[in-house]
Design a protein around this ligand. Structure first.
Ligand SMILES: O=C(O)C(=O)C[C@H](O)[C@H](O)COP(=O)(O)O
Length: 213
């Protein structure tokens, strides 16, 4: 899949809701109820980070939940890409990008949201055809003022800021002209996932889904 086509697909996924939950899921039993709660709350696009042993099984289980669009996060290597596609991921997210990673996503036909944290990184990805990018680590790399500064010289790139985004600062990002959506882990807090408090997670999702953009 061509980078521009990947970005078109990433664009439609990012347009589904203002927030993409970034999920760290320890056991496959948590997958289905967690995905149901987030989708019911109005957040259909879900990023499952490949940071737990269960992550690939979690992607497969969540993909069976109606209304959800499940992607794999923390893609670092071509092998990660292949395993994510085999598990059923419909999109991929990476904290950055590398030539090997980009080539693997193009070969496997996985729509990628590659990460950039500087004008040069964003320009290199744009040159390759990626016009939808993740801005990571958003808060640490300069936050909303940094991203706003990129909108004048690089208006053709839309970003999904992730990393340190919270209910308190989400609107600062979402109100920028070059932000399409944001990623955040706050909608699925570790303790609530562990205790299976799906109602509380649905309520967090509902609030996040209402954020203006
Ligand atoms: O592993 C990846 O590919 C990632 O996407 C990293 C995430 O962006 C952050 O871990 C989310 O950051 P918080 O919302 O601040 O918890």
């Amino acid at each position: 899949m061509e980078p521009a086509t990947q970005s078109q697909k990433a664009q439609s996924i990012c347009e589904l809701a203002p927030i993409i939950p970034v999920l760290i899921v320890e056991t496959v039993e948590q997958a289905e109820p967690l995905a149901r709660a987030l989708v019911a709350g109005g957040l259909p696009a879900l990023e499952v980070t490949l940071r737990t042993e269960a992550a690939l099984d979690v992607i497969a289980a969540m993909s069976r939940v109606e209304g959800g669009v499940v992607g794999a996060g923390t893609l670092l290597t071509p092998d990660d890409v292949k395993r994510a596609v085999d598990a059923g991921a419909q999109f991929g997210v990476s904290p950055g990008s590398s030539d090997k990673l980009l080539a693997a996503c193009e070969d496997e036909g996985l729509a990628l949201l590659p990460g950039a944290a500087s004008a040069t990184e964003a320009m290199r990805l744009l040159e390759a055809g990626y016009f939808i990018q993740k801005f990571f680590p958003a808060e640490a790399a300069g936050g909303a003022p940094f991203l706003k500064s990129l909108s004048s010289p690089l208006p053709q790139i839309s970003f999904c800021p992730t990393g340190g985004v919270s209910p308190e600062n989400a609107t600062d990002y979402l109100s920028l002209p070059n932000v399409i959506c944001a990623g955040g882990s706050w909608v699925a807090p570790k303790d609530k996932v562990k205790s299976g408090d799906w109602d509380a997670i649905e309520a967090l999702a509902r609030n996040a889904a209402k954020l203006p953009r």
